[in-house]
Design a protein around this ligand. Sequence first.
Ligand code: ANZ
Ligand code: ZN
Length: 823
Amino acid sequence: MKKNYPFDKIEPKWQKYWRKSGLFRMAPGSKKPKYYCLMMFPYPSAALHVGHGRNYIIGDVVARYKLMKNFNVLTPMGWDAFGLPAENAAIKNNIHPKESTMRNIATMKRQMYEWGVGYDWDREVTSCLPDYYRWTQWLFLKLYQKGLCYRKKAAVNWCPSCKTVLANEQVIEDKCERCETKIVEKELEQWFFKITDYAERLLDDLRLLKDWPERVKIMQKNWIGKSKGVQINFPVVDSKTTLSCFTTRVDTIYGATYMVMAPEHPGIEKLVKDIVIKNKVYKFTEQIKSQSKIERSSLEIEKKGIFTGRYVINPMTGEQIPLWIANYVLMEYGTGAVMAVPAHDQRDFEFAKKYNLPIKLVIDNAGDAIKIGLMKKAYIEKGIMVNSGEFNNLTNKEGMEKIADYMEANNIGKKTVRYRLKDWLVSRQRYWGAPIPVVYCRSCGIVTVPEDELPVLLPENIDFNPRGESPLKKGKDFLNTTCPECKGQAVREADTMDTFVDSSWYFLRYLTPHNARQAFDSKLVNTWLPVDQYIGGVEHAILHLLYSRFVVKVLCDLGLVGFQEPFESLFTQGMIIKNGAKMSKSKGNVVSPDKLIADYGADTVRLYTLFIGPPEKDAEWNDKGVEGTYRFLSRIWRMIEQIPNKTQIPNSKIQGLKRKTHQTIKKVTEDMEGDFHFNTAISAIMELVNEIYKLQAVNKLIEPEACSLQPEAIREAVEAVVVLLSPFAPHIAEELWQRLGHKGGIFKTNWPEYDPGVLKMEKVTIIVQINGKLRQRLKVASNIGEDALKKEVLEDERIKEWVKDKSVKKMIVIPKKLVNIVV
Ligand code: ANZ
Ligand code: ZN
């Protein structure tokens, strides 16, 4: 293709210049205000595509803009280098994960460099290297010491293909997030972080996050899933035991006509005595256990159940109600048993219809009695209490309070708050992760590795192919150790940590990435955090952000950091789509930046990536768009080459250009400060370029005598184009800036300020009348407010003359046209 401007010469030149001059190096002693611009650090699992690029380019725009706004900018980058993708890729290609990871890092780093994306590379962190994961292990110890880390046997999601345990969040609709194999359950001893202790604070503090997208906060809120209710004890007939259930609708207790337990409920064994029923129940529960939890918790699932042969007593009515087992009750939530209120809960309603269980209405829609026989579905709205003894005629909201109080007073139930959030399972039966710093000693039991013996090194010489148990179990040298306490024989924990632990604190490490004495420097961290702007994909809206928030709160409670929330402002960019789908190798729709940069230059790729649409939304990549963007940059290049020195243009046009220039500065600045709508900022720059070109056309036609010499306004406009463009297309901007005669680099200049005075220059002529007679014509700003206009009129010398000692009775204003003063 024909080159319209020599991007292949100028881009490497400026990339080198930025690196050599340390443009992105944070200045430790600087008096300037700090600005911490953080992009989510990537998994180095493969080369980057243009979809990834969006994240880094947006961040780079913000960093460059803040440099020009005179901030001391910290913009670091690193690698979330442990974890499944790297390990799986390594297994597939039969190379050590470390080798493939380091190779991928080199590729991605080169790609970032060629994109013109700048970082303070002296602060690079790599989570798979001992100087980093040593401190991830230290973090584990801190949580352990604070009692927030425990081991328990738990049913875990097991991916038969990856041969590993997955966190709940890595299970997408019953399948492994990575390989889409259907998961099964398995019981293993696992390490957990007690994030549930922080559920309330994690929920509460969402309110502090004013600059977070609302939808992300809602996702976090739902994930934490707080519900207020009552835990009620139902006495079991012919037994001394009770069965406890959790309900959010205690107002419906009089309508509880049966009770249901989860098939996994541990009480079933003892409760079911009848041998015939016992057999049936066994078959039934086995069958249900093969149904996925996701399916079982969906509203649509076909309700299936079996009677246990036992009864419980509704503590409010005293009635005996049958006890069932059903697929729609899950063991993981509440107590694993529910009081079923078929009249007011849709799942219970369907179940009761199917198995012919009684339906009793207890909440009525005032004045419009609901007929049980005619009910097509459960009545779940609010209403008035009926069939509820002494609580009749209350609103159900009042009833809820009153019944809960009554139950507490009479030891029937207890007000409870429940969270959907579970403790964080951090053990992984994989090789490529930070070893958990724990040993098991025959005499001392569980012993944590002392801080000064960290890191527990990940052995490199190990067969890491998955065989259904932790690969580290095969490393005898690794496994066998001495107990730090009694010096006796001990074995190491062979599981590694979830990579979400690595990424839960990396933003603290950037301040002192090479410090061998501590994880982070509290004083420095306290001056630089919270992060001013965090940028990343919405796919991390729940887990990574929640875990980072949790870890920071724990560190805050330990007195190690002085802030409650790590990320003050969050921006989540949308995905770039190609042929209607998310880019992936398997779909063959990955767009690599490498060839595009070779053909069109990095500035074009950057500008197109930003121009493609509002950055928070998904957008379709179109190669034609790349060409259009390239033509636009070429047009700017030519514009500067042709910039006329002695341009002669009529004054009126010059006024218009000046106004357009300042309007553009205003618009672009607002987009920078606001919601990052760089696409509209770029459109505004395009308009200004058009305006400049129009003048040159005019210039050829007009007579020299009719003009005055006005090169400054043109120069101002042209320079504004270059400066405003610089965060988006930094190479061409640097080059043109230099060609315009400036020294010292464009990112060392200040971001332009618009002149409100110039914006007001858009004037209209107003007729001023006194008692209906024309007395004056005034030029005023077209957007002037009514009061300001009246004031301006009354301050006009001629009008003052006319009004003089008469008193103004009223002023009639017709905006942009006329003011009539009645005296
Ligand atoms: C009686 C009732 C009557 C209920 C009614 C709802 C409506 P949230 O709000 O999500 O916390 N539940 C409790 N534990 C359960 C389990 N292990 N498996 C399936 N369902 C369970 O939901 C709380 C409600 O979910 C509880 O309130 C209970 O049903 C059900 F008109 O109790 B409810
Ligand atoms: Zn010991």
